[in-house]
Each structure stands twice: as C-alpha cells, then as structure tokens.
Design a protein around this ligand. Structure first.
Ligand SMILES: NC(=O)C1=CN([C@@H]2O[C@H](COP(=O)(O)OP(=O)(O)OC[C@H]3O[C@@H](n4cnc5c(N)ncnc54)[C@H](OP(=O)(O)O)[C@@H]3O)[C@@H](O)[C@H]2O)C=CC1
Ligand SMILES: O=C(O)CCC(=O)C(=O)O
Length: 450
C-alpha cells in the first residue's frame, strides 16, 4: 500500500477509533486508491486524502417532541455535510435508534463517491437521528419530523444541502419535513428535499429507483459474464424500500427473489417473492404495519420462516444484501462461497464486513459489486428530481426510468474502465472507488486548499 494512504488510514484509526463503521469505510475506500496516489504525487502534497476523510461540517441538534400521552422526549439530530466539491451536499436521513456519529459519517463518506459516480453535480452528505420510529403513531412521527426540521431548516436549501430518505425515512416523513420547511421559510422551495410525494414536486420512479437501479447494474454484470437475468434466483435481505424495488423489477424481468429477512429471521419463497404483484405489494403492507416482522409474509403465503437466522446460507445464483450495514460477516461469506454463488451484489450501504468483502473478492469465480455503485440509482433519481424542481417541469416515468437505466449502465462502465486502467482487471469494487474519487479529487484540486 502507498505510504501516504497508510498514514491517513492510521490517523483515522487513531482519531476515530470510537466510530468503527466510519473507520471501516475509510479503510475500504482508501486501500483501493494506492495506485491513483502513486500516479498523482500532487495529491499527497495537497494532503488531499487527509482532507477528504474529514467532513467539511458536521453538527448535532436537539429534537424535542411530545408523545400521544403528553410526555416529552429528547433525541439527537445529526447532519454531516461531508464534501461539497462537486455540488450541494446530498444524502438521506436515517431515523433508527442505533444512529450515532459513526453511522452518519460512514454513510456520508460513502455518499461522496456514490454521488460522484452518478455523473451528476451532487456532493456528499448524510443525516438522521437516534429516534426509533418503531411503534410510533402517525401523529408522533409528524411531531418528531416537525421538530427535526425546525432545528435543521436554516442549514439546508436547494443549493446548499438536500436531504432525502434512508432507513426509517420514507415518503410520509419527507412530507412532514417538507411541510415544516415550507411553513418556516414561507417559500415553495421544493428542491430542498427529494423523495417527495408526486403532488408537490416528487419524481416518478424515485420510490423504485434504488431497487430498479440495482437490477440494471446486475444486468450489466451478467451481460459482462455472457449471462441473462431471466430465471436467476436472488437472495435478498430486509423487506423495506430497496428490497421492494428489487422485487418489483425482478417480476418484470423474470428473475426470482427467494428470500426476505427482518430483525426476526428470514423467509424462503421457492416460487419467488417476485412471482406475483400481490406478493410484491405485500412488502409495502408489511412495512406500513410497523410490526417489524418478516414472519407475517410466511404466515400469509405459507412459506417457511427461519427465526433468528440470516438468509446467506441458501443456494441462489445472486446474493443481494439489501437491508443494512455489516449484515454479511465472514461466517456468512464462507457459506456463500461453499454454495458456489457466482454473483455477490451489495445493495445496502456497506452490507459486508471488510474481512468478508476481501474474502469474497479473492474468490476466482465470483463477481463482487460494491454498494456505492449498485445503489447509486436512488440518489441519482433524487438528483433528477432536483433537476425537475429547478426547471419546474415533470418528467414521465418512462423518461426518468430511461435516464436511470443509462446512469447505471454508465456507472458499471466507468468502474470497469477505471479498474482496467490501473491493471486491476474486472475489479468493480476498486473501480468504483477510483472512478468516484477521481472526479471529486479533480474538483478539490482545482478549488484550492481548504
Ligand atoms: N432508500 C433508498 O433510496 C436507499 C437506501 N439505501 C440503503 O439500502 C438499505 C435499505 O434501505 P431502505 O430499504 O431504504 O430502508 P427501509 O427502512 O425501508 O428498510 C430496511 C429493512 O431492513 C430491515 N432490517 C432492519 N434491521 C434488520 C435486521 N437486524 N435484520 C434484517 N433486516 C433488518 C428492516 O426491517 P424493520 O423495519 O422491521 O426493522 C427493513 O425491512 C440501507 O442500507 C440504506 O442505507 C441506499 C441507497 C438508497
Ligand atoms: O436520495 C438521496 O438523496 C439519498 C439516498 C441515500 O441515502 C443513499 O444513497 O444512501
């Protein structure tokens, strides 16, 4: 490894050892960049890596809200404006009880390179709160969102920082957040948030975009290997927004999603979750119920449920971890390899521990695709939503889908080319890191040192 890269990683370990997810993503991204740093000594001179691992700005704020019984609760809100070199900060908000600075920073760091890969002018950001939406009433969610936005609205805007959804934040939350922003600002700046409802500036296909984009990327990988998507079996995780989008596209393309998971275990549907619209739509119902149980799917459709287990031991052509970070560890990776899986396509942000990721990448017969490329269609369509808001026009679903498809084809292409350029073969993980980094690095170099 390049000595400067090693020094920066070591300094992040020293300074931020209490934020293991952030250290993990820095190690993963920077270790791919050695050949680029070797080729560009000017980056070390400008301490580009030392600067890129430090957020431009990160702040916390108090979020006080009242529950339905009149009791007050205080949560912590976060926004990390990580890197604005190529555009306004852009990235989702996560509402989950385990949110702390290490989670927000890992997600914000990934977002820098992902957003760059989309080819669109969006910088990297992320935010959220340790608020746990589980079991909250609609009125409680609304009061929380209003309080969250009251604290945040001064620091965001269509040309400053544009939040969106992530885990625990969907269309309903974005609606409440936007309503409060509009109320406070007295202007209709709908470019301030993405993932909005269609009636007030949302983009068609944004709800589906991450899952659809992941499937388009998978198609490119299969094309590269001379295979087709039709008939492929896919093991997914979670049953949230992203997994729903994958299932919906799999139904159109004739692929079979055989597993879903939740905090309670996983289900195996031999016929395919993607075998009917009824099943795919049921994911939305499960999510809206707030029960946090994937077992409900097994009960409804009479398929096996495996309590307390993860789906990574099943035999499938493609593994797509699509729920959360570090869902696939070394033990799961060994099961995946033992099952002879050829395609490991990350979808959730950083779903693989680094040891498991390197182990999977070291398998001769396996193609590994990184989440920052595979799930970039979500934020990519968010950027298209910003474009529609700026020009005050509404694009058809077909137009958005065509742009998304083109974007995913291009992300696969530039990643493969970047890896090729540095003699790394068909290494999509390194290629995505290098291609995503290169554009941000150029912009930072041209804008002076700060
Ligand atoms: N939405 C988007 O556009 C994008 C999302 N992503 C990433 O994709 C991933 C999924 O996001 P999204 O679908 O939006 O989030 P959602 O909140 O809609 O869904 C997350 C899913 O993961 C499940 N889950 C939570 N904990 C566990 C667990 N311990 N074991 C198994 N499943 C669990 C949730 O179940 P439950 O609710 O019952 O806890 C839920 O089904 C995240 O990593 C996110 O950062 C990346 C790019 C864009
Ligand atoms: O649409 C967005 O801006 C955010 C998407 C997101 O949070 C992500 O890419 O992880």
């Amino acid at each position: 490894m390049n000595a400067y890269v090693e020094r920066v990683i070591e300094s992040v370990r020293q300074k931020h050892g209490n934020e293991p997810e952030f250290v993990q993503t820095v190690e993963e991204v920077l270790s791919s960049l050695s050949p680029v740093i070797d080729k560009h000594p000017e980056y070390e001179k400008a301490d580009l890596l030392g600067r890129i691992v430090e957020p431009e700005r990160m702040f916390t704020f108090r979020v006080v809200w009242m529950d339905d019984n009149g009791a007050y609760h205080t949560n912590i809100g976060y926004r990390c404006q990580f890197n604005g070199a190529i555009g306004p900060y852009k990235g989702g908000l996560r509402f989950q009880k385990n949110v702390y600075p290490g989670i927000i920073k890992f997600l914000g760091f990934e977002q820098i390179f992902k957003n760059s890969l989309t080819g669109l002018p969006i910088g990297g950001g992320k935010g959220g709160s340790d608020f746990d939406p589980a079991g909250k009433s609609d009125a409680e969610i609304m009061r929380f969102c209003q309080s969250f936005m009251t604290a945040l609205y001064r620091y965001i805007g269509p040309d400053i920082d544009v939040p969106a959804g992530d885990m625990g934040v969907g269309g309903r939350e974005i609606g409440y957040l936007f309503g409060q922003y509009r109320r406070l600002k007295g202007t209709f700046e709908n470019g301030v948030l993405t993932g909005k409802g269609f009636s007030y500036g949302g983009s068609l296909t944004r709800p589906e975009a991450t899952g659809y984009g992941a499937m388009y990327y998978l198609q490119e990988v299969l094309k590269h290997e001379g295979e087709e998507i039709q008939g492929k079996t896919i093991a997914c995780a979670g049953f949230g927004n992203v997994t729903w989008g994958i299932c919906k596209k799999a139904l159109h393309l004739g692929a079979k999603v055989v597993t879903l998971s939740g905090p309670d275990g996983y289900i195996y549907d031999e016929e395919g979750v993607s075998s009917s619209e009824e099943k795919v739509n049921y994911l939305l119902e499960m999510r809206a119920s707030g029960r946090n149980r994937v077992q409900d799917y097994a009960d409804k459709f009479g398929v096996p449920f495996f309590p307390g287990e993860k789906p990574w031991g099943v035999k499938a052509d493609v593994i797509m971890p699509s729920a959360m970070q570090n869902d696939v560890n070394m033990e799961s990776a060994q099961k995946i390899v033992a099952n002879g899986v050829k395609y490991y396509i990350e979808v959730a942000n950083m779903p693989t521990t680094n040891d498991a990721l390197y182990y999977l990448m070291s398998q001769k017969n396996m193609v590994v695709a990184p989440s920052k490329a595979v799930n970039a269609g979500g934020v990519g369509v968010s950027a298209l939503e910003m474009s529609q808001n700026s020009e005050r026009l509404v694009w058809t679903a077909e137009e958005v889908d065509a742009q998304l498809h083109k974007m995913m084809v291009n992300i696969h292409k530039v990643s493969a080319e970047a890896a090729e350029e540095y003699g790394l073969g068909y290494n999509l993980v390194a290629g995505a890191n290098i291609a995503g980094f290169q554009k941000v690095a150029n912009a930072m170099m041209e804008q002076g040192i700060f």
